[in-house]
Design a protein around this ligand. Sequence first.
Ligand code: PRX
Length: 624
Amino acid sequence: MPTYREFHRRSLADREAFWREQAALIDWHRPYEQVLDYSRPPFARWFVGGQTNLCHNALDRHLGVRAEQQALVWISTEVNQTRSFTYGELHAEVNRAAAMMQSLGVKRGDRVIIYMPMVPEAAFAILACARLGAIHSVVFGGFAASSLAARIDDARPALMITADGGSRMGKPVLYKSLVDESLKIARHPPRKVLIFRRGLDENMPVVADRDVDWATLAKDFNGASVACAWLESNEPSYILFTSGTTGRPKGVQRDVGGYAVALASSMKHIFCGEPGETMFTTSDIGWVVGHSYIIYAPLLAGMTTIMYEGVPIRPDAGIWWKIVEDYKVSVMFSAPTAIRVLKKHDLSYVRKHDLSTLKHLFLAGEPLDEPTHQWISESLGRPVIDHYWQTETGWPLLSAHPGVEQTPIKMGSPSFPVYGYDVRLLHEQTGKPVADGEKGVVAIAPPLPPGCMSTVWGDDERFVNTYFRDFKDQLIYSTFDWGIRDKDGYYYILGRTDDVINVAGHRLGTREIEEAVSMHPNVAECAVVGVADQLKGQLPLAFAVLKDAGKRTSAEDVMQTVDRQLGAIARPKAVHFVTLLPKTRSGKTLRRAIQALAEGRDPGDLTTIEDPTALTQIKEALRT
Ligand code: PRX
């Protein structure tokens, strides 16, 4: 076995040979002609000319040996139900869903928006899209109607798939009626809406000629068989919208072949998931972690994947550990926020379960603070691996590589650059590498490895302009995160360089929230910043200037506007009313200064401020 260092070195020094070896982890219908085409920087095309299919690799190719093995186990502590599907059964369900979608007119290259709770049918729909070569765009169930409408208009789907409802903490959450609302606003609505009814909304409205019932349509396609569409490696597999600096989310576009190879390879070298074992990823299918590590990667690896609908503390704080014990989970993946929630509960909830099958717990999505890392490591008695990545990369960028070498874990650090990534820490202005121990922007020298985004959906220019900076003569991909490296080569992530905040692992743009706050009829302008929160990592905090100060406007009114525009996940922790915002003389809002004050820090250099009384108002508002 090579050491991690040698493995990483070779992935860059002998890039093509390295990725050729990894590409052998998946099936190719037609072999690729070229490992990498980097003739149009920064666009990287991997495994050019090769034909493959994600659904074939996730399901069909395992049927010979794994038809009877569990592929998907769905556990819902919301509706107290469990449903399991063997590889054979999941294959049949996905074929049927693909036939149903075909009957509704879905063709290769069409977009399908999936707005669904955590139910097996969501997984069927995702895999069925992959089978047909249709491009799925899963939208997180927590987003509100107008956010959904914006995504519909960008993706222009042929079909939307939803459910009557989901459930959170035992209370129904309506999905279909929200879809109806979004379709009233959207300019490019789909022709059809397919609805999986769970009996969670008895009064669900039905739109004739547009709405189709899943169960009714499914009856026509029992036993259906749909051939996999063989896609060129670089054709799009999905779009996943993510927040950035502007108010308009970007559609991260992913390919087929590179993604399949990167995920299969990560299961071997990072996650150590063996065929026949069980993986439990506690994320949501609406996020990138759910796409990669609930759906695709465990199935590509021939594992059983667990899909969990519920919260970590219902019926009690031992539920996840009970699942680990009951299903002999060997690889688990969660987020620091969830662990901080569990940390508040008695240790006996962990201790009473047999966790001997668990090899590692992987955590990602937000900074993992040292006390939480320490607590969970000691409580489990298993290695807990912090690893760092982004929707854009699709798979880890910084991580330990236990499948390559057992390197010591340092608390608070996601360890080292992942193979394939030429990671740099650069000075923000000069673009020069910073010394060990100095803060820099975490950057990647392109080409980006397989699995990373290919472009922004429908907007190549935006992809280049958003992510790639031209330092002197070299293009560099910026992660928009600050980082630091110690003398042993371990990285530490220090937070975003842009206006993106992370609420309980959910990535939100402060500009998006500002736009939502501004939708309130009496708000003239506002500033939203992320402030540190012990449990959720960060929470949005809003400062608003009213149009008519005499008109009664409560913080609650403004919060409800945000709920309606974006969804409750973006709801500010508080809304403070001020008569002006701190701005520079050129009119830029001093968000950093506001954030510093809100977190009790020194606001830093304020020489450019237009009117210092604005800061006094912020301070006073924070005192109330
Ligand atoms: O700021 C970093 C933070 O989450 C951002 C990416 O979020 P998202 O696109 O939702 O993808 C999550 C995929 C796991 C990053 O730019 N982040 C992610 N992981 C870590 C992290 N911050 C610190 N430590 C991490 N391990």
